[in-house]
Design a protein around this ligand. Structure first.
Ligand SMILES: Nc1nc2c(ncn2[C@@H]2O[C@H](COP(=O)(O)OP(=O)(O)OP(=O)(O)O)[C@@H](O)[C@H]2O)c(=O)[nH]1
Ligand SMILES: [Mg+2]
Length: 234
């Protein structure tokens, strides 16, 4: 793990910020309402390779953003409890378009799985294309209620993440940080990265102050993340 700043302050912030076991507390009713919606009808709607292919903005949307390979598509599948809804891969750069998923029947809201950023091995013009697509969507989509910005718990917030967080803060796009792949690290390292990330997030005006800590593999944090999505679109 990278060197960490000021551990004592980090600990303080963590205690203050976390009321529940894994994130801020949702009521049982909120958790149950979210569980029900995500257990119901969910369908892939369309892939948009360019902004002119976006679906009509008829319902609220929540988008999954983050570095390539951080686990965006896997987390969407885990939330829906449906493998293969969004395509995942070991190889970074799997998701190359904006993929829209309809939640609820009648349609209640949409989730958007986006291409990742920071995949250095992708051809430069492709990287640029994805960056424009993602940034323009996040900045310009009226019905976007919140972006979920996924951060790999093994690495914490990196420079490429800060670039997108700066953009979201500047454009006043509401977002929330979600730590991923927590099954891959020790509990002590997780506590440390969580505390450090919470401190970093507190300085950011458009960020929700509480993180959600997840593992798609083990199912950790999924009930809370479902509730957080519902809260964002509600
Ligand atoms: N152990 C573990 N592996 C995970 C988890 N989430 C995702 N992965 C793995 O990480 C790899 C990348 O996952 P994806 O969901 O495709 O990542 P992505 O962010 O959608 O990637 P791009 O579409 O390329 O931007 C896959 O091999 C997943 O199986 C997790 O919670 N735990
Ligand atoms: Mg993906």
């Amino acid at each position: 793990m990278a060197a960490l700043p000021a551990a004592p302050g980090a600990q303080g912030a963590r205690q203050e910020g976390s009321k529940g076991q894994v994130s801020d507390a949702f009521t049982e009713d909120q958790i149950e309402a979210a569980r029900k919606i995500f257990a119901g009808p969910i369908a892939f709607l369309k892939s948009a390779p360019k902004l002119e292919h976006l679906p009509n903005p008829v319902v609220p949307e929540v988008a999954f953003a983050g570095r390539s390979n951080v686990g965006k598509s896997s987390l969407l599948n885990a939330l829906a409890n449906r493998n293969g809804l969004a395509r995942t891969s070991n190889t970074p750069g799997r998701t190359q378009e904006l993929n829209f998923f309809d939640i609820g029947e009648p349609l209640k809201f949409r989730l958007v799985d986006m291409p990742g950023y920071g995949f250095a091995k992708a051809p430069k013009d492709l990287q640029r294309q994805w960056r424009y697509l993602v940034n323009d969507f996040l900045r310009g989509r009226d019905v976007l209620k919140r972006a979920l910005v996924l951060i790999d718990s093994r690495h914490g917030i990196k420079d490429v993440d800060n670039e997108i967080l700066d953009m979201l803060d500047t454009a006043a796009v509401s977002y929330r940080i979600v730590l991923t792949k927590t099954d891959k690290i020790k509990a002590t390292d997780l506590a440390e990265v969580r505390a450090r990330t919470e401190l970093e997030v507190r300085k950011r005006p458009a960020a929700h102050p509480d993180l959600i800590v997840t593992s798609s593999e083990k199912g950790m944090g999924l009930p809370e993340l479902r509730a957080a999505v519902l809260e964002a679109v509600g």
